[in-house]
Write a protein that binds this ligand. Structure first.
Ligand code: SF4
Length: 265
């Protein structure tokens, strides 16, 4: 079986416990205004031209982003780091894009990891049918589950999709006893006000009583060159990154309510 992958990162330390290999799936059903991986969004290989400067001379380099790889090819890369997994309590993280969009390939890879006793983490938007979630969930040791906005209209405006399916799946995984860490990217002017943070805390405490860990991620405006290279409109180009003080205040709001919060994943 083959799947479309746009990157495989070794020694990842922010995508779950221990030292990990993160496999990035290409293709995403959302179109978040703040996406810092615009190359992950389209479902197909893309060719981009990049400027490359050597000794003050600029070279134009054509690059293909996204490659169809077999399960064996990806597993071969993952297994190279097996010793680090054992020593650090790490494993593999499937990220994207949205890995659930290629769920047949994802299941194949998860099964291969399970057979090799490799810890599996799925970094997901949760935007998939419940049928897909059911097929995947027993093969995943940890879900890193994104919450982007509690209000459905705002969610639709900034991501292009409703949050209803995402919250239904999150609740389902929670009720099925899955291991979940919430990932919340703080986006200036969109989801960073205290009223929204308090709504989120109320929701987590009321509906997801077993969820105790939150990763706070900060919006970064470092992807401008990627937006230009991939010819995608950057609607956040004038936005500033949240400052450390604001992130600390948000962290404290969660901690006061009993959550363990990690800034930066
Ligand atoms: S869900 Fe992630 S990969 Fe998809 S558009 Fe949003 S930020 Fe980008």
């Amino acid at each position: 079986m083959k799947g479309l992958i746009f990157d495989i990162k070794r020694f990842a330390i922010h995508d779950g416990p221990g030292i990990r290999v993160t496999v990035f799936f290409k293709g995403c059903p959302l179109s978040c205004w703040w996406c810092h991986n615009p190359e992950s969004r389209r479902e197909g290989p893309e060719s981009v031209t990049r400027n490359h400067k050597i000794n003050n001379r600029v070279f134009l380099i054509n690059e293909q982003v996204g490659e169809w790889l077999t399960t064996d090819e990806v597993m071969k890369e993952i297994l190279k780091e097996y010793l680090f997994f054992e020593e650090s309590g790490g494993g593999v993280t499937f990220s994207g894009g949205e890995p659930l969009l290629q769920h047949h390939f994802l299941i194949d890879l998860l099964s291969a990891c399970n057979r090799n006793s490799i810890h599996t983490t799925l970094d997901t938007t949760g935007y998939a049918s419940q049928e897909v979630i059911i097929k995947v969930m027993n093969k995943v040791d940890l879900f890193l589950y994104d919450i982007k906005h509690m209000n459905d209209d705002v969610h639709k405006k900034y991501t292009g999709v409703s949050n209803k399916l995402i919250f239904d799946n999150l609740k389902f995984l929670h009720d099925e006893g899955r291991n979940i860490v919430i990932r919340f990217a703080v986006i200036p002017g969109i989801n960073d006000n205290m009223e929204h943070i308090q709504n989120m805390i109320r929701f987590l405490k009321g509906e997801l009583v077993r969820v105790k860990k939150v990763d706070l991620l900060s919006y970064h405006n470092i992807a401008g060159h990627k937006y230009r290279a991939f010819n995608v409109t950057n609607r956040m180009k004038d936005s500033k990154e949240p400052d450390k003080k604001q992130l600390k205040e948000i962290k404290l709001s969660f901690e006061k309510e009993g959550f363990e919060v990690n800034i930066g994943g």
